[in-house]
Design a protein around this ligand. Structure first.
Ligand SMILES: [Zn+2]
Length: 126
């Protein structure tokens, strides 16, 4: 059941470097990561999926599929070395296209996850 590693990222939860980024073959094509500290992390929210899409240091030749809930306006992270044909955007386009997401959100993601957990508890108790 293991999918191939597509790249690495500093763990969005604990910032440990070198977490392996992989992608599910299931519907939604969500990215997930294997952190040495946190274990297998597979949150599927649009914010974290967009962040993985932008921030993963993709292996050369990796062909990740854009997760279903990541808007096309979100640019993929560092391009593989052998493919210089796609020009990087100037940066302002990406920030305009996603006003609800903040780029420096290790803490924000944690709060989002906590919020989602809290919401689940609230829903479960009613
Ligand atoms: Zn971690």
């Amino acid at each position: 059941m293991s999918n191939p590693s597509l790249g690495t990222i500093a763990c969005p939860t604990c910032a440990t470097e070198g977490a392996d980024v992989r992608q599910t073959k299931r519907r939604g094509a969500h990215l997930y990561w294997q952190c040495a500290e946190c274990g297998l992390m597979q949150p599927t929210g649009a914010a974290i999926q967009g962040r993985l899409w932008r921030e993963t240091d993709w292996h050369a030749g990796a062909q990740p599929i854009r997760p279903a809930n990541v808007p096309q306006a979100v640019e993929r992270g560092q391009k593989p070395d052998f493919d210089p044909s796609e020009a990087e955007p100037e940066g302002d386009a990406a920030t305009e296209a996603q006003p609800t997401e903040r780029p420096s959100a290790a803490r924000g993601v944690g709060l989002l996850l906590l919020g989602a957990l809290g919401l689940g508890v609230i829903l479960a108790t009613h």
